[in-house]
Design a protein around this ligand. Structure first.
Ligand SMILES: [Zn+2]
Length: 316
């Protein structure tokens, strides 16, 4: 044994994958020209589940959203979502889902949330869970305030459209043309966190602090501009980060949506890791991970295109 090398056993481990964006359609490209392999991505999920099941000790799996692509023919949306969910359910343990814009292009919340088994009273999709007493996981609903997913006349749709009109003068609200720097996040395919969810998050962080729990926040949309392109950020990432920084309990923020992946440590020592998309893996390659959680760090072991990242918590 090498002196000084940590040999502690993890408290627990879990599996993760992001942006499967499956569809039974020919391969294509993103608006930036990056190849997308719509049919291959479900094979990655199958390989991931097989791998996670081989690690008997994985406590759960988190899916970071966008399980079916927006180009999926709409008469196939329900079957495609079910097909991907069925693959996740081959994992022998709980699977925690979150919704992404592509999920909402396919199905409204009323149909989507029951398929993803997200408990909801009012159509919102944020929740938390505590796999061990030392840790709390928060799953945000990044499309709480959004122009997609709610009915056209829903107050949250109207609030989102008002914000987009104010912030983005382009006719196509998915275009960042002429928007500068961080303002480039005000695009229709993004969303924001509403007042009730902010209050709920505040309450969870207060409670976690009282219980001396460390918190891992999961969100489809990234929260730190140093870990992602500006066009992928949550609309009110600054407001959410101001709230998070009032506490010391949040150690790591994990996200999807910006397919190329990214990593940063912010001014308060919070780690931000944005995951590489399964969708953009050429056939035969993978992008999924296993995360090992310790008292003082979490360690992501990525496969192929998903980089491995050791996230050591800063001393308090
Ligand atoms: Zn997305």
């Amino acid at each position: 044994m090498v002196p000084g090398v940590a040999t502690a056993q993890p408290l627990f481990s879990f599996g993760l994958i992001s942006d499967v964006q499956y569809a039974d359609i020919p391969d294509g490209r993103s608006f930036l020209g990056v190849p997308r392999y719509y049919k291959h991505s479900i094979l990655i999920l199958q390989r991931a589940v097989k791998e996670w099941n081989a690690h008997q000790k994985h406590k759960f799996v988190i899916n970071f959203g966008d399980i079916v692509d927006g180009f999926c023919p709409k008469d196939q949306s329900i079957d495609a979502v079910k097909k991907v969910v069925d693959e996740f359910e081959m994992f022998r343990g709980p699977v925690y889902h979150m919704i992404g814009n592509h999920c909402l292009y396919n199905l409204p919340r009323s149909k989507l949330l029951p398929l993803l088994k997200i408990q909801t009273l009012d159509g919102c999709a944020y929740y938390d869970f505590s796999p061990v007493p030392e840790y709390r996981f928060v799953v945000l609903d990044s499309y709480d305030i959004s122009a997609i997913g709610w009915s056209r006349d829903h107050p949250k749709t109207l609030e989102a459209l008002k914000l987009l009109r104010e912030k983005n003068p382009n006719e196509d609200k998915n275009s960042p043309t002429n928007l500068k720097g961080l303002e480039r996040r005000f695009l229709m395919f993004n969303g924001g966190i509403g007042k009730e969810q902010m209050d709920w998050l505040d309450g969870v962080l207060q409670n976690a602090t009282k219980l001396k729990q460390k918190v891992v926040v999961s969100s489809h949309l990234p929260l730190d501009p140093c870990a992602t392109s500006e066009e992928a950020l949550l609309w009110n990432c600054d407001e959410v980060m101001n709230l998070i920084h009032r506490y010391k309990c949040v150690k790591v923020i994990l996200a999807g949506h910006d397919h190329k992946g990214g990593y940063s440590i912010d001014s308060h020592g919070v780690h931000h890791r944005v995951f590489e998309a399964a969708l953009e893996c050429p056939p035969g390659t993978d992008a999924f991970g296993s995360v090992y959680v310790y008292d003082d760090r979490i360690s992501l072991v990525g496969t192929d295109r998903m980089a491995s990242t050791d996230m050591h918590f800063s001393p308090q």
